[in-house]
Design a protein around this ligand. Structure first.
Ligand code: CA
Length: 644
């Protein structure tokens, strides 16, 4: 698009051209078809229709200006199933583009498609509903291909790596795998890495291709390589809906990873519709690179914000998505994030849709005047329901995310006792730095798709560069259990990378975004091999849901945590006021002992039961105390005690 003259953005431009209508895109019905775009700098726009995704143009027709920068064309025929794109003239130059508001497209997404969306609904989809909310949000981060690429998943070959794999009820395995496994695990939300149409894979190419998908091409269309037929634009939509429906049927809510901070290429469909408007640039005209991809979107401008908010609402309405995880949220604006939460609350009920994001960006970026970046130190300006990943919790537990050898509390780090205790109340007792309004704004985690898996991080930090990732080290297992017990007893939302509970390794690959699927995939036989660890997590998940003192998201929740004590090197304890609806335990006493020695610690008055120790979670064992009311907490382990 090098010959097209770019506009220089000014606020006056928005005053003049802002369009708040919800009818951009292509719509069709028995009454006819309507095409509408926002393209304020165009001199002429031509719609070009195609009979399918590949063959030559079949007919074309000009759009007419409709005010506020819009262009429109109404045709009397129902063009359901027809493909299209636009040819836009700027002065003496023309550019061809797909429709950024399109809801369907051809293979690889360069051509849009007219579609009557009701015809893509699977049977019963209109009655599909999200399961009732749980006392805690326990989120499981999963990549579509990782889920079923392994032959041991027991998924039929034709569905392996696809949306369809999630619809398979019973797998051909001797142990629970796939959906049955997720259901039994007890998590409440499945968070899917990008499922919108991304650009870096050839959708008609081999199944051995792999990408995480953080390169958005068509924001409002599912990715074609996850469908059984990328050539028919309706198929991926139907199969994506079937997947959501299958999750809901299993009692799981679905969160979508959304990447509105940048486009796949700076020369995007959006930018072709309004050159100079959608990309964020410095005053000298160079592109902002806050995403590290060289193509940041200019959040904070009227039509950019409308586009993003409308897109979120579209996925929530059309696909019944229950939550959104914003990639590099720090590049968007506080104002936009709050607007999205309000729009979702208004339509679906307060807090019904979950929102969280990364409160950071890869590099600096020039924000629009009068906007604030949703970075970690600005979390107090965000709606109380918008949560952010707590890198503080993550790093204090397992060690620095970029420096592989640096340990955290569970793997030999020192001087971290006070920080671990801060993490327990969701950093609400912080005076500076990260100061959330309530723990509802906090996502506690120790592993995600980025960086080393928890297992790999523990192996490297505890056994050095020669550590063997596939070896079942006893001390690594112990540290893994303690890490889990710690964040499962921190206030805030809980989040885990799929496979964290069965020692998932990527053999030390810390950035596997386009590594082989074999490196990334879940190895289902490991759920069997590491059954003991899986059971430990399962118990923590069950237990957490019954502990109102830890699930409380109100601004006062932090006051439930009291009697915090540093017992010595790598040893802390605290108590939790656990009163609440139908709570079996009115108080909890929790000890983390990351030291290499067992510790005896004094237990407060009353009759206590062990709810979790180094071996078991969600148990009901009488606490064995010495004459001086001391209890033994084994080296490198944690303990949860409950008093009736
Ligand atoms: Ca694609």
């Amino acid at each position: 698009m090098k010959d097209i003259k770019r506009m220089i953005y000014t606020k006056e431009l928005d005053d003049k051209f802002r369009y708040d209508g919800k009818d951009l895109g292509a719509r069709c019905s028995e009454k006819g078809s309507i095409f509408k775009v926002w393209s304020p700098f165009a001199d002429r726009i031509e719609l070009r229709l195609y009979r399918d995704g590949e063959t030559d143009i079949y007919r074309s027709q000009e759009l007419v200006p409709g005010g506020q920068g819009t262009w429109k064309l109404e045709l009397s025929e129902n063009l359901h199933g027809m493909y299209y794109d636009y040819r836009i003239t700027y002065g003496s130059e023309t550019v061809q583009t797909a429709d950024p508001y399109a809801v369907a497209c051809n293979c690889n997404g360069s051509r849009s498609m007219v579609l009557d969306l009701r015809q893509t609904d699977p049977e019963g989809f209109l009655q599909d509903k999200a399961p009732a909310p749980c006392p805690e949000n326990i989120i499981y981060e999963l990549h579509v291909k990782d889920f079923s690429y392994d032959k041991d998943s027991g998924i039929p070959d034709k569905y392996r790596g696809k949306f369809k794999a999630f619809t398979v009820e019973n797998t051909e395995t001797s142990y629970p795998a796939c959906m049955k496994y997720l259901k039994e695990l007890g998590i409440t939300h499945v968070h899917l890495l990008p499922i919108f149409d991304f650009g870096e894979l050839d959708e008609a190419g081999a199944d051995t291709q792999y990408n995480w998908g953080y390169d958005p091409l068509n924001y409002n269309i599912p990715e074609g390589s996850y469908s059984t037929d990328p050539f028919d634009g309706a198929v991926r939509i139907r199969e994506c809906k079937e997947m959501v429906q299958a999750f809901h049927a299993k009692g799981l809510r679905v969160v979508m990873d959304v990447v509105y901070n940048h486009t796949c290429h700076a020369d995007s469909w959006l930018e072709r519709m309004a050159p100079g408007y959608y990309n964020r640039r410095y005053e000298d005209g160079s592109l902002s690179n806050g995403s590290g991809c060289g193509s940041d979107i200019a959040a904070g401008r009227a039509m950019v914000d409308n586009y993003i908010a409308d897109s979120v609402m579209y996925w929530a309405r059309e696909y019944h998505i229950d939550g959104f995880r914003f990639d590099l949220m720090g590049l968007l604006t506080v104002e936009l994030m709050n607007r999205i939460q309000e729009e979702l609350d208004r339509e679906f009920g307060k807090g019904e849709k979950l929102i969280y994001g990364e409160p950071w960006r890869a590099q600096e970026s020039p924000m629009e005047e009068g906007t604030r970046a949703p970075l970690k130190h600005n979390v107090r300006y965000l709606n109380e329901k918008i949560a952010v990943f707590s890198d503080d919790t993550r790093d204090v537990i397992k060690g620095h995310v970029f420096y592989e050898e640096i340990p955290g509390f569970v793997n030999g780090g020192s001087g971290l006792e006070e920080s671990v205790l801060r993490a327990v109340s969701g950093w609400r007792k912080n005076q500076k730095g990260f100061t959330p309004k309530s723990c509802s704004q906090v996502v506690n985690y120790v592993s995600a798709h980025d960086n080393l898996t928890l297992w790999d991080k523990l192996v490297i930090s505890m056994h050095g560069a020669d550590g063997i990732f596939t070896r079942k080290y006893e001390d690594v297992l112990r540290a893994n259990k303690l890490a889990a017990l710690i964040y499962f007893t921190c206030q805030g939302n809980l989040f885990m990378q799929a496979g964290e509970e069965f020692g998932r390794t990527k053999l030390g690959d810390h950035n596997s975004y386009r590594s082989a699927p074999e490196v990334n995939m879940l190895r289902w036989n490991q759920t069997n091999e590491y059954r003991d660890l899986v059971e430990y997590y399962k118990g923590l998940i069950r237990l957490r849901k019954c502990l109102p003192g830890l699930c409380d998201k109100s601004p006062n929740a932090a006051s439930r945590i009291f009697d915090e004590k540093v017992l010595g090197r790598s040893k802390v304890s605290f108590r939790v006021d656990n009163q609440g609806n139908e709570s079996e335990w009115e108080q909890l006493f929790i000890i983390y002992n990351a030291d290499d020695q067992d510790v005896y610690t004094e237990v407060p008055d009353g009759e206590w039961f062990v709810l979790a120790d180094e071996n078991e979670t969600d148990c009901r064992k009488e606490a064995f105390l010495t004459e001086k009311r001391l209890i033994c907490v084994k080296k490198g382990s944690g303990m949860i005690l409950g008093r009736k």
